[in-house]
Ligand binder design. Sequence first.
Ligand SMILES: Nc1ncnc2c1ncn2[C@@H]1O[C@H](COP(=O)(O)OP(=O)(O)OP(=O)(O)O)[C@@H](O)[C@H]1O
Length: 281
Amino acid sequence: MSNTLIRINGLSFKYDEESLNVLNNIHMQVCKGEWVSIVGHNGSGKSTLAKFLNGLLIPTQPNIVTVEDLDSYDEEIVWKVRNKVGMVFQNPDNQMVATTVRDDVAFGLENIGIKREEMLNRIDWAIQKVKMENYLEHEPHRLSGGQKQRVAIAGIIAMRPSVLILDEATSMLDPMGRKEVLDTVWKLNKEEGMTVINITHDLEETVLSDKIIVMNKGEISTYGSPKEVFAQGEKLVEAGLDLPFSLQIQQLIKEKGYNIPTACLTKKELVNELWRLQSKT
Ligand SMILES: Nc1ncnc2c1ncn2[C@@H]1O[C@H](COP(=O)(O)OP(=O)(O)OP(=O)(O)O)[C@@H](O)[C@H]1O
């Protein structure tokens, strides 16, 4: 069986006939268990691409967007695609639908008619995965932003999707909330093998991903591993993005005439490398 979960094969799209393409000949693949980051400036087409991935937008031809070999062009099966792709959005307040955390996580399961015993098992499992088991009877609107996003994630993973898409899901959170959410998703990816697509403006969030896709004006301007993508810093700047902190520091050190031979993506890597180099002198 193929390891490829999502295939996009030449996707172009405009919202209306008179306007320019919002997506231009996009080709990409996501493998099972991968963590893929999609980055790009405002309006580069990231959310539009995500809407094709979860069947909110439908291609005009077959074999353009497939999820686990299901072709979302086919109206008969697009609902299956929607069940395979779970999405967490930007605003935590828009994602809470019930009066308790437990009911919130149950909401999607009730909608698809999961039997009570199975539903209770799935809620227990999902709520533990996001570490919110002590809040089951709490009112969602009293939770912090990070906690709300974790409850939203529990509601989605309880539906057993094949892929979890975060559409700027941390952008309204403070640093602690952001860390809570990313740690939660990181564990789901590493321990449960959940495939993750993280759409973000924040390149710091991308350094530990398997693959980064950089979008610029509706096209994929570059993609590859973090090391490969960050080696093309100028393309990121062209796409209106800031390099991660550790690479900015490396750049400044280089401008002072001192070259650090290895690209360090995280602060820890940079400190270790500086330590190693100074120990040699
Ligand atoms: N429903 C819509 N109708 C018409 N145009 C739209 C619609 N949704 C988005 N657009 C336009 O499509 C382009 C791409 O928008 P999209 O939201 O996909 O970009 P994005 O990269 O996700 O941006 P951001 O980072 O600001 O969320 C923008 O020019 C936007 O104005």
